[in-house]
Design a protein. Structure first.
Length: 306
DNA sequence: ACTGTACCCTGTAGGC
DNA sequence: TGCCTACAGGGTACAG
């Protein structure tokens, strides 16, 4: 569900709730999410204090005392519901939540209806209750010793952070050399750039004016220099992610947080979700089309993305 | 090594 | 109303 800007927005929202707090009670309602939860997960988490929150790719990293890290991936539909001064999202005996709550995620949370997918309930010192809800259960959590993070199977193969200095036209050119996969799949590959997903890949390619169906190798260096397309793409990836984070990410469908705030970046999409609408590029009279690519929808303008 | 497809799971929207 | 299909922001496990 959430791509880098949405995960970053969730991380930022969670930061004041968790930092400096300890896990007082951990309720685990099923043995697994996408993968089995760690052995004795609740027991190992209980009593641990949160030092700080970080993000790598689409993972939220909760740094704990005793040099351990709780890594959280929200998958497609993972949400965190923060309740203060009331019951958890699971609600009271009648199934209705007591007190106020805020949903951190891309979808609204309906207390009566969605509670059956509340898989974990964390009670923090100070009284905040954080509930992990995930209908499709593509999300997962793991506990990793801090010093093993870089070698952990989930993290070892990840590509560069798109907002870091490592993502450049030259980097893309090198990684794209002699790759026949199409540009879309190349950018979706977390081993190349970590944190992009369907929406922001569509948007970055739209902004850079690049055809998602062309082979990645078109970015490869020629005559020792990266192509202008590679440089443009790197710059547009950074720009679209930066703008999206500033807007609080993208919210889809009828999402509304309990406090009324939502991400706003969905209003800025140039391509995503705009099937059959006119291309917004100045001077382009094309029409945005949707085509399935690798089992996912690609939105693009055939007229100006070459 | 690389590439494409099937699959994991649940919910929702649309056609009939 | 029900039944069916397609699709949804994620990633992995294969077969070729």
């Amino acid at each position: 569900m959430p791509e880098l800007p949405e995960v970053e927005t969730v991380r930022a929202g969670l930061e004041p709730v968790l930092t400096g707090r300890a896990f007082v009670r951990v309720e685990q309602r099923r043995p697994d999410l996408r993968f089995p939860l760690p052995e004795r997960f609740a027991e190992r988490l209980t009593g641990r204090r949160v030092l700080r929150l970080d993000r790598r790719a689409k993972y939220i990293l909760v740094h704990l005392d005793q040099d351990e890290v709780l890594a959280v991936h929200l998958g497609m539909t993972g949400r965190l519901i923060v309740s203060v001064g009331g019951n958890g999202a699971g609600g009271g005996p009648d199934g209705h939540a007591v007190g106020s709550s805020v949903t951190l995620g891309q979808y609204a949370y309906q207390h009566g209806k969605d509670a059956k997918h509340d898989h974990l309930v964390f009670t923090m010192s100070g009284g905040a209750v954080v509930t992990y809800n995930d209908a499709r259960r593509f999300g997962y959590m793991t506990l990793i010793p801090a010093q093993d993070l870089a070698q952990d199977a989930f993290f070892a193969g990840l590509g560069v952070e798109p907002l870091g200095p490592e993502l450049t036209g030259a980097y893309l050119a090198v990684r794209a050399a002699s790759r026949s996969v199409d540009l879309k799949a190349f950018l979706m590959d977390q081993r190349i750039v970590a944190g992009l997903g369907n929406i922001y890949v569509c948007e970055a390619l739209f902004r850079a004016g690049l055809d998602p169906f062309k082979p990645a190798a078109r970015l490869a260096a020629r005559g020792g220099k990266p192509t202008p397309a590679a440089g443009r793409l790197a710059a547009e990836i950074k720009a679209v992610l930066t703008e999206a984070i500033r807007a609080g990410g993208s919210t889809l469908r009828d999402y509304k947080r309990a406090d009324g705030t939502t991400g706003l970046f969905q209003n800025e999409f140039g391509a995503y979700g705009r099937e059959d609408a006119p291309c917004l590029k100045p001077g382009c009279h094309g029409t945005v089309r949707r085509k399935t690519q690798g089992g996912r929808s690609t939105f693009y303008c055939p007229a100006c993305q070459r």
